[in-house]
Write a protein that binds this ligand. Structure first.
Ligand code: C2E
Ligand code: MG
Ligand code: MG
Ligand code: MG
Length: 281
């Protein structure tokens, strides 16, 4: 139900474009304006160990509040920014904000904090991606151990040597790579074998019905088993109920993320949340 509220509050970017922008330049200006005027926020959603309930880390999720218009969903504006070739400006802001948040955690002595940032295939294709990403970590003095990359839209990834080289390099630098939305779109079991990833995130579409749909449950169990056999850790996304959480524990899943444990929150709320929770080392 809460999901519906969130969805209806989020304005479709297509409507936004129609009502506010007559051409591409204007959309670009809107995003620039949002960057300059700090209309973006990075919310953090905890990821927890299923055994023990300790917090492992957080996923950074971008939020765009258009003054007077409400929230625009990232599912609406990220693809537009990608098409316009300005996603790197948003990503750069996200990386910087993640670094600033990591510093806030370190100040409070959460040495093992990890923040995951979402990186799409489009961004990974950009020639300077790795240099920029490592450069930002360097500027803020952040250890690669404190940041994680979530790879979304894995189409293309498999076929491109340069993608694989970049991922191998990032991993060799100590950056954990997580495969997002596993089980949707074109993602295949072969990714689990061929991509240099540490963690598999099972998409929320899989999790939604596991307590009522036996086949879905069997599929989820099999994915967990295969991932484990390949040495990967498994996170279930979109866990909304206690029943789902308990079933996932039975199925051998390692970690959970979802409204049942915690919603995405501002950094201030996240730091407060942590006062009542333990962080895994
Ligand atoms: P994602 O990376 O798969 O992120 C998970 C989405 O599920 C988030 O939606 C999160 O708010 C939502 N979620 C978390 N727990 C639950 C739950 O229990 N139930 C339900 N129904 N949903 C849950 P959000 O924040 O709207 O982001 C949507 C997508 O936009 C993300 O999917 C990601 O692909 C993209 N995105 C978000 N932030 C960024 C960013 O900074 N950069 C890039 N490139 N993409 C981003
Ligand atoms: Mg993600
Ligand atoms: Mg996901
Ligand atoms: Mg997604």
């Amino acid at each position: 139900q809460a999901k519906e509220t969130g969805r209806s509050r989020a304005m479709r970017y297509s409507d936004f474009m129609e009502s506010n922008a007559s051409n591409i330049l204007e959309i670009q200006n809107n995003i620039r304006h949002a960057l300059d005027n700090e209309e973006f926020q990075l919310y953090l959603q905890p990821q927890a160990e299923l055994a023990g309930g300790k917090v492992i880390g957080f996923e950074g999720l971008i939020r765009w509040e258009l003054p007077g218009k409400g929230m625009v969903s990232p599912m609406e504006f990220i693809p537009v920014a990608e098409q316009l070739g300005i996603i790197h400006r948003i990503s750069q802001w996200v990386f910087q904000e993640a670094c600033r948040d990591i510093l806030l955690f370190l100040e409070k002595h959460y040495k093992g904090v990890k923040i995951a940032v979402n990186v799409s295939a489009v961004e990974l294709t950009r020639v300077n991606f790795v240099e920029d990403f490592m450069g930002t970590l360097g500027e803020y003095g952040i250890s690669p151990a404190n940041i994680t990359i979530e790879l979304t839209e894995t189409v293309l990834l498999e076929t491109s040597e340069s993608h694989l080289e970049r991922l191998d390099y990032l991993r060799s630098q100590g950056i954990e790579l997580h495969l997002d939305d596993f089980g949707t779109g074109y993602s295949s079991l072969n990714y689990l074998r061929s991509l240099p990833i540490d963690v598999v995130k099972i998409d929320q579409g899989f999790i939604r019905n596991i307590t009522v749909d036996k086949e879905q449950m069997h599929l989820t169990r099999s994915i967990i088993e295969i991932a484990h056999n390949l040495g990967k850790t498994v996170i279930a996304e979109g866990v909304e109920t206690k029943e789902q959480m308990e079933l996932l524990k039975e199925l051998g899943c390692d970690r959970v993320q979802g409204y049942f444990f915690a919603r995405p929150m501002t950094i201030a709320d996240t730091l407060q949340f942590m006062e009542g929770h333990e962080m895994a080392e």
